[in-house]
Design a protein around this ligand. Structure first.
Ligand code: HEM
Length: 408
């Protein structure tokens, strides 16, 4: 696909495009509530100013705590033998779930974790519904599955509502620290924050609930996918594993990584960019035309879905050269803009007004986790690993990611 067209669509200067309304994309976009007929929230952008990386520094403590738990768990799995096999895919999913729970809900972490467990239970039920024949009104019938889904949805809503109400009270009394995502969301929501057209944009409690659910969907699986492919790629390329470990050891020695040091990691960043290029967690973006519009020299009527194929553009030899499918992190040695032959063909976090607001968060989390893992273990692929990247909602390792770890 022509990168110019991608830029044109994602910048959407004509205002003719929106995030799609098809059920699967709605599931992705606004969480499971989409199934219940709730609307895509229009207000997301108001949280952007509060979601500044400076504030995320407060979340370093949450990342660090989750890393401690991960390393302890893997240490336990390896046991006294010094080496052992771990399927890192479920491990890292649980890790990023913990990170987002702690970062999103701070002191209310336990209730937050319960919400995410419930959503995990709900996701396969929703997928089943989406994949089955659509019969209008069927979802309101008191079938076993529908009752289960409604019960989960009610429990999630009840927990969130009570957490939010408590937090709003505490914020009004000046008693809440509010350096977690929920706090930032509520704080920015309590501030009168007009949009570019001057409208007040405050969210309802229901919309705050939707935002909280979205953070989980947008932030948990994507980051676990990135970390999992990184461990696999570094197992396949021991030279890069050694190089990344050397860098981590030069910057941190045996100390725990800090914010300033993580921002100085060059080789590790190149590795993460190359993994995001070869295995982009979101393999495509979709936009829907809301009225007739022209893209390039084609005129599309309203209601057309435009698919922007991140995965294939990231692999295209025309943009990246004849080694486009090879793992070569040094192509990012002089930054993203010089990595490809053509500009604008690397967009794992999207682009334009709806670009991922969690990209700083995700990269910081990934760098911290990877640094801790490299400090503690060397690793290689297990003979039971089968390489099968598979596009479900994100780009999964279809048969898991079995890795043999050796304690250093
Ligand atoms: C490696 C990790 C991640 C990747 C590859 C990723 C990728 C993306 C992409 C491609 C989009 C744009 C979707 C579109 O334009 O249709 C997006 C949006 C979004 N992401 Fe991420 N993401 C990651 C991590 C995170 C994290 C950790 C969070 C939250 C803490 C997050 C929160 C969001 C939100 C809220 C949106 C919607 C923004 C909007 O529509 O205005 N993401 N992400």
């Amino acid at each position: 696909m022509d990168p110019e067209l991608v830029r044109e669509v994602l910048s959407d200067k004509s205002g003719c495009l929106q995030k799609p309304r098809n059920p699967l994309a709605r599931l992705l976009a606004s969480g499971l509530a989409a199934y219940e007929g709730q609307k895509w929230t229009k207000h997301r952008r108001i949280i952007n100013p509060a979601f500044h990386l400076e504030k995320l520094k407060h979340m370093m403590a949450a990342f660090s705590l989750c890393c401690d738990e991960l390393i302890d768990r893997w240490d336990g799995l390896i046991g006294g033998r010094g080496s052992g096999e771990v399927d890192v895919w479920p491990e890292l999913q649980s890790f990023t779930g913990d990170v987002i729970s702690r970062a999103a809900f701070g002191s209310s972490y336990r209730e937050g974790r319960r919400i995410f467990e419930l959503q995990e239970e709900q996701a396969p039920l929703v997928m089943e519904v989406l994949q089955s024949l659509y019969i209008p009104g069927y979802r309101y019938l008191p079938t076993k599955k529908n009752k289960k889904m409604m019960a989960i949805s009610k429990e999630v809503g009840d927990i969130l509502r009570s957490m939010i109400e408590q937090r709003v009270q505490a914020t009004r009394k000046g008693e809440a620290k509010n350096n977690d995502l929920l706090g930032l969301l509520l704080e920015s929501n309590m501030t009168d924050y007009p949009d570019t057209r001057g409208y007040r944009n405050n969210m309802t409690i229901e919309e705050v609930i939707e935002e909280c659910k979205l953070f989980y969907f947008a932030g948990q699986e994507t980051t676990s996918v990135l970390l999992t492919w990184t461990i696999i790629a570094l197992s396949m390329h021991p030279d890069w594993q050694a190089r990344a470990r050397d860098e981590v050891s030069q910057v941190f020695g045996k100390n725990k990584p800090d914010y300033e040091g993580l921002n100085r990691l060059k080789d590790v960043t190149m590795v993460l960019h190359e993994v995001l290029r070869l295995y982009p967690p979101a393999s495509m973006l979709i936009r829907e035309t809301t009225k007739e519009m022209q893209v390039g020299n084609i005129t599309f009527p309203a209601g057309v879905h435009l698919v922007l194929p991140i995965l294939s553009m990231h692999h295209d030899a025309e943009f990246w050269g004849p080694d486009s499918t090879e793992f070569r992190p040094d192509r990012f040695g002089e930054g993203i803009s010089k990595a490809s032959k053509v500009q604008g063909v690397f967009f794992p976090f999207g682009r334009g007004p709806r670009i991922c607001i969690g990209q700083g968060f995700a990269l910081l989390e990934a760098k911290m986790a990877l640094s801790r893992i490299l400090q503690q273990f060397s690793f290689e692929l297990s003979p039971s690993y089968a390489h099968a990247p598979y596009t479900a909602i994100t780009l999964h390792p279809q048969h898991g990611a079995q890795i043999i770890f050796h304690r250093i």
